[in-house]
Design a protein. Structure first.
Length: 362
């Protein structure tokens, strides 16, 4: 909204031309969403605590210290993240851009799934929300819609391609199978971020880092000069997603102020499912799905630990880890929560740097 106002006024006031630049509006979006979360965070947490109806249900099979420390901490922090992200995007992004609209749809749809999941957990006073199979089905249906919308918004010659990093011309045309691939990317990322969100700040910082990574990637593939220089597939009009990504970065940074150990609030499924679904969507738009796999490697590790644990127990009756997801395994081994979180953050930084190297090393 303000984007259109300032663009209109720029004909009279030349200094307002800066609002035409994606880089400037991305910076403004980071600051805007950060400010919103910091201003609303305190009152929002106080309201949740005073009502005493929004405490996060804690798994009773986890480490004793985890159960004791987390009881009484409110959830629904994702509402704050999503509100700040959507509001900021509406202010500064070009709402005529199809990729922006698809991104906002992805965030909103997955946030609604997470909201109802959180609501049922609180209502039932346990960790059981929406039945797993039903939730998975809804995620698949929404993801199919998102992949379809991306396909019809992308040039025909590049809509179904998959690039492998570190190679200049190694491209696979997946054809109709790209729909299945896209659904796996979105649903997988959404649930992987959700599984990672088990300790204070553990998911928030990696999401922030991956979003920062994709601000750079999205800007590059949306700029014909940079994309040609780096031998990247040029995605016309995709650069505008930087504003939405910037809103995510600011929201997560502000939320981390309250979510850092010891957390005053958890993001819940409302935040984790939406953030993961959005990152998966952006990777498909920019044709950098493998870069997401690398940058979000921590999410992959967490999700893989659950898959390995389930398969091992069902086939052999034995557990590979003391507890899954992976961060709970280290809790069981006696690691302090802050130690796990910071070391996992370090892993995320390393993986993000590797992902960024794929832009040039080819």
């Amino acid at each position: 909204m303000l984007n259109y106002l300032f663009s209109y006024l720029s004909s009279e006031y030349s200094f307002l031309n800066v609002f035409r630049y994606i880089t400037f509006r991305t910076g403004v979006s980071i600051f805007t969403s950060l400010t919103i979360v910091l201003l609303l965070g305190g009152p929002f947490i106080n309201y949740l605590k005073s009502s005493k109806h929004f405490d996060q249900p804690i798994r009773n099979d986890g480490p004793i210290s985890h159960i004791i420390n987390k009881i009484g901490t409110p959830t629904f922090g994702g509402v704050l993240i999503i509100f700040a992200t959507l509001f900021t995007s509406l202010l500064w992004a070009d709402l005529k851009n199809l990729y922006v609209l698809i991104s906002l749809f992805a965030i909103s749809a997955f946030a609604l799934i997470g909201f109802f999941d959180d609501y049922l957990k609180i209502k039932n006073k346990n960790s059981n929300g929406i039945p797993a199979k039903f939730k998975f089905l809804i995620q698949i249906l929404i993801s199919i819609m998102i992949v379809y919308l991306i396909n019809i918004s992308t040039s025909f010659d590049i809509r179904n391609i998959l690039h492998l990093p570190f190679y200049k011309n190694l491209v696979f045309d997946l054809g109709i199978f790209y729909i299945f691939f896209g659904v796996i990317v979105i649903v997988g990322t959404s649930n992987a971020v959700n599984l990672t969100d088990g300790l204070d700040g553990l998911a928030t910082m990696p999401v922030l880092l991956v979003a920062l990574t994709f601000i750079l990637i999205t800007y590059m593939v949306g700029n014909i000069n940079f994309s040609e220089y780096l031998k990247l597939t040029y995605i016309r009009n995709s650069g505008e997603i930087c504003i939405v990504l910037g809103s995510i970065v600011g929201s997560c940074l502000g939320f981390l102020w309250f979510n850092a150990p010891p957390a005053k609030i958890f993001m819940g499924d409302t935040g984790s499912l939406a953030l993961g679904g959005f990152l998966g969507t952006v990777s498909l738009i920019t044709k950098h799905e493998i870069a997401l796999f690398i940058a979000g490697g921590l999410f992959v590790l967490e999700a893989s630990s659950v898959i390995i644990q389930v398969i091992s127990f069902k086939l052999f009756g034995k557990r590979v880890f003391q507890m899954a997801p992976l961060h709970h395994h280290f809790e069981k081994k006696g690691w302090q929560e802050a130690t796990i979180v910071i070391r996992f953050w370090i892993i995320s930084v390393i993986l993000v740097l590797i992902a960024l190297s794929t832009l040039k090393l080819r």
